[in-house]
Write a protein that binds this ligand. Sequence first.
Ligand SMILES: [Zn+2]
Length: 346
Amino acid sequence: MKAVQLMGPEDVRVNEVPDPTIQLQTDAIVKVSHTAICGADLLPYHGYTPGFEFGTILGHEFVGTVTELGDAVTGITIGQRVVNTSMTSDGTCGHCRANRVTQCDDRALFGYSGVYPKLDGGQAEFVRIPNASRTLWGVPDDVSNEDAIFVADILPTGFAAVQRGNVSNGDLVVVLGCGPVGLMAIIASVGVARRVIAVDGIFDRRKLAESLGATAVEPGEATAKLVNQLSHGIGADVVIEASGSVPAMQSAFGLARPQGVVSVVGAHFEPDFPLNNGVMFEKELTLIFSVGNPTKDRERMFAAIQSGKFSPSKVLTHQIPLEDAAMAYAAFDKKEMTKVVLVTGA
Ligand SMILES: [Zn+2]
């Protein structure tokens, strides 16, 4: 089969590799139709992921059809259209039993190695699914592949930013970074918050944010001024950091109101960060980090899509043949494409 492998820093290739096979009776095999590139894929792409094994097949967001099932898989049938959860979990460890499935002792992230145990991803024609009864979810007939793929990771991640940030009725919310995850946080906070301010340096991303119901503004002075004006100088109730950048983290503490929340869903791997404890203490700020939890939230996400409240595919800017993955990665990395889905030939 064809698979997108990261062979070295910034060296993405579509290679011919053996088809995956069932290894445990809890596995399934999925024939992938649509598979997205995520901002988190850019970390190994640039060689920032400690211990990443080159040759790993990338991709942790995909939709496809079940072609093989181990004997122990329940709730999923051959031929069913399914979406994955970005991370696997066993359902039985202490974390899973306490509803912390993203911290599962057995967790692995599709398309990653090094920071998690190696698990080949879904940017391929076929992918092996561990713990398939939990890792796969049937896509309802009335939901398109283009909407469903967002349930694998980034829609629950945007939702987690809003929910764990405790966004409440009437809040002023600032979303720093209008990449795909920031845009999902906007989708999830519009309708709950009084006002959502979307901050990004790229014009097209600000336009997308506005089309989703946010008020978009450029980073820096313009953002501070707008937040001041809309909050009568009090500050934002919740600042969602969705860019994964250090300057955005730093600006978040200034934009948040006293006793406000800084809710981080941008991926951060820098070991040292100059946290200003003085500001944290004076303002009594809450700082919370989240990765999305598709296992917990996917049913609710599908319900919101089916009801028309959430239309995540609005942010899908490019659909590209799997064969052109190297070009797609380069363009996505340069932010020339906002959200990219690779489509297999099938
Ligand atoms: Zn577990």
